[in-house]
Design a protein around this ligand. Structure first.
Ligand code: ADP
Ligand code: 5GP
Length: 216
């Protein structure tokens, strides 16, 4: 028998308006299960202080980005906040085949493209809502990462992202962080047990059938 991975990996998509908690929760998930891979996007935006090329993003020129799209290297891509972002396909396909989950921090456009792709059956999409708009603004400010103008731009774009909340499998209101973390882990645990994620089940049921027939 060909060596089939015990389960098929999941594409776990986390989307939210900026500041609702994606990066915080992604970090928590990686600490919970270090086998979860993080999809490192390519982007044309400039790196922020502390961001490392190849770890946080692949920082590329617009020309290189467009070449990657033209050559079919992107699983999905979108224009967000005036820059191009996209998820390289190769590492995702390799991880999924090996039974490893891949976490995506991408916007609604990317989530929609993956949902419409052949990988749809292996996809788990989760949208995070903030408890309130003032709290979203407070979180963006408390992060201390962006200047006032950038925060204002992110706040202005937040409704565009929030308005796509109903295209996701699960929606979590990220009020209490510990509770959101617990819910997220439960959702992932359940999705890993979907019939379609367990390629070895057919062989197992065949074995049960043969044992059943022998017992008659
Ligand atoms: P995103 O990645 O969605 O832009 P972050 O994960 O960077 O958002 O979170 C923005 C800020 O809000 C961070 O300072 C983070 O510590 C804080 N934060 C995230 N979730 C919560 C929560 N449930 N309650 C309070 N603060 C939170
Ligand atoms: P930031 O510039 O703050 O890192 O990201 C801005 C937005 O782009 C976030 O909403 C993030 O989810 C989204 N994003 C990051 N990478 C990708 C990607 O590869 N594809 C898509 N569609 N969106 C992305």
């Amino acid at each position: 028998m060909a060596d089939v991975a015990p389960r098929r990996g999941l594409l776990i998509i986390l989307s939210s308006p900026s500041g609702a908690g994606k990066s915080t929760l992604a970090r928590a998930l990686r600490a919970w299960d270090p086998t979860i891979r993080f999809s490192v996007s390519a982007t044309t935006r400039t790196p922020r202080a502390g961001e490392v090329d190849g770890r946080d993003y692949h920082f590329v020129t617009e020309q290189r980005f467009k070449q990657m799209v033209a050559e079919g290297e992107m699983l999905e891509h979108a224009h967000v906040f005036g820059n191009f972002y996209g998820s390289p396909k190769g590492p995702v396909e390799a991880a999924i085949a090996q039974g490893q989950d891949v976490l995506f921090d991408i916007d609604w456009q990317g989530a929609q493209q993956i949902r419409n792709s052949s990988l749809n059956t292996n996809t788990l999409s989760i949208f995070l809502l903030p408890p309130s708009i003032p709290e979203l603004k407070r979180r963006l400010e408390s992060r201390g990462q962006d200047d006032a103008e950038t925060i204002a731009r992110r706040m202005q774009k937040s409704w565009d992202e929030i308005s796509h909340w109903d295209g996701y499998d699960f929606v979590l209101v990220n009020a209490d962080l510990a509770q959101t973390e617990t819910h997220l882990k439960s959702i992932i645990t359940a999705a890993r047990l979907r019939r379609t994620q367990q390629p070895r089940l057919t062989d197992h049921v065949r074995k049960l059938q043969s044992e059943f027939e022998d017992s008659q």
